[in-house]
Design a protein around this ligand. Structure first.
Ligand code: FMN
Length: 324
């Protein structure tokens, strides 16, 4: 399939694996890229720019295909060494960056000078327009369904994607709630040039996370995610668990007086405990409503091949058949 996104990134299929903390490691990113999609390493999972450089080298040893790096700018008391991570990306010869969380303008000149294409993740049309105006090459439009940070506007993809299509001239991918061929064909119909998936890729054989995480996604229905940290204007969609229930109880009790210090036990340092150790009640970790559509743990190539094959069937048989 050829779209503006496959052309921009030099990939075979319009399927991207979004950056994921403690999931977006070389094993998964290389598997997605080897299957013809775009795999993405997550910069901040690496403890330092030097460690990111090593992860880029490790990923390159596992694939000859293009892969990207995610740079997430989220509120933090001690900001990471973003300049160092950008240097590691540029020096490592990576040509695609997914930015998220905050305006990436400051980093665009260095990235563009090095020939890096930048796709910014946005949860609203106004942010997508801003990304376009500062020179981003593409955007990833994340609807309210998405795992991770859906923003504060709560607009689901059935509205957000066609709004993005009306407003943008740069290409965009649909993100949030994407799981299968139906998602891909629907996203294309709504104006996107491809899909970005997070949660679906966690439940694959190659995702380098504890089996408990994959099984939890398999067990979950579309009703099992919760929104946390809304009072802090840092809303995150996570899979419900005992730690999340504790966090929500604190939010109820403390109301608008809540601070990050009050919830640090449920949100700080949770990812390694969940993703590496499989401690499923440790606290809040991102998961999309799309968990309700995930019923197997395929190899990445099986998943991507299945999506592309079934998408073609939907387009050639079901949709064309309806016209006949
Ligand atoms: C476990 C997990 C961790 C994530 N971590 C990040 C992250 O560090 N940075 C980021 O930009 N997005 C992160 N995301 C969001 C994904 O990149 C993607 O935008 C989102 O999962 C799409 O929604 P979906 O889960 O419905 O596919 C994460 C998502 C998940 C499920």
């Amino acid at each position: 399939m050829k779209t503006r996104i496959t052309e921009l990134f030099g990939i075979q299929h319009p399927i991207i694996q979004g950056g994921m903390h403690f999931v977006g490691l070389a094993e998964l990113a290389s598997a997605v890229s080897n299957a013809g999609g775009l795999g993405i390493l997550t910069a901040l999972t690496q403890p330092s720019p030097v460690a990111l450089s090593a992860e880029i080298v490790r990923c390159r040893a596992m694939t000859d295909m293009p892969f990207g790096v995610n740079l997430t700018f989220l509120p933090s008391r001690t900001p990471p060494d973003y300049a160092g991570y950008v240097r590691a990306i540029v020096d490592g010869g990576v040509k695609i960056v997914e930015t998220a969380g905050n305006n990436p303008q400051k980093w665009l000149p260095a990235l563009h000078e090095a020939g890096v294409k930048v796709m910014h993740k946005c949860t609203s049309v106004r942010h997508a327009l801003k990304a376009q105006s500062i020179g981003c090459d593409a955007v990833s439009v994340d609807g309210f369904e998405c795992g991770g940070h859906p923003g504060e506007d709560d607009v689901p993809n059935f509205i957000l994607l066609p709004r993005a299509a009306q407003a943008l001239t740069i290409p965009f991918v649909a993100s949030g709630g994407m799981a299968d061929a139906r998602s891909l064909v629907a996203a294309l119909a709504l104006g996107a040039e491809g899909i970005n998936m997070g949660t679906r890729f966690v439940a694959t054989k190659e995702a380098p996370v504890h089996e408990n995480v994959k099984q939890a996604i398999l067990r979950a229905s579309e009703l099992d995610t919760r929104l946390v940290m809304r009072p802090l204007q840092n809303t995150e969609r996570v899979l419900n668990n005992a730690g999340v229930e504790r966090l929500l109880e604190k939010e109820r009790q403390l109301g608008s007086a809540i601070t990050f210090d009050d919830i640090v036990a449920e949100v700080g340092g949770v990812y390694p405990r969940v993703m590496k150790d499989g401690e499923m009640d440790a606290g809040a970790w991102s998961c999309g409503m799309v968990a309700g559509l995930i019923q197997d743990i395929p190899r990445v190539k099986e998943l991507i091949d299945r999506i592309m094959l079934e998408a073609e069937e939907i387009i050639r048989r079901r949709l064309i058949g309806m016209l006949a």
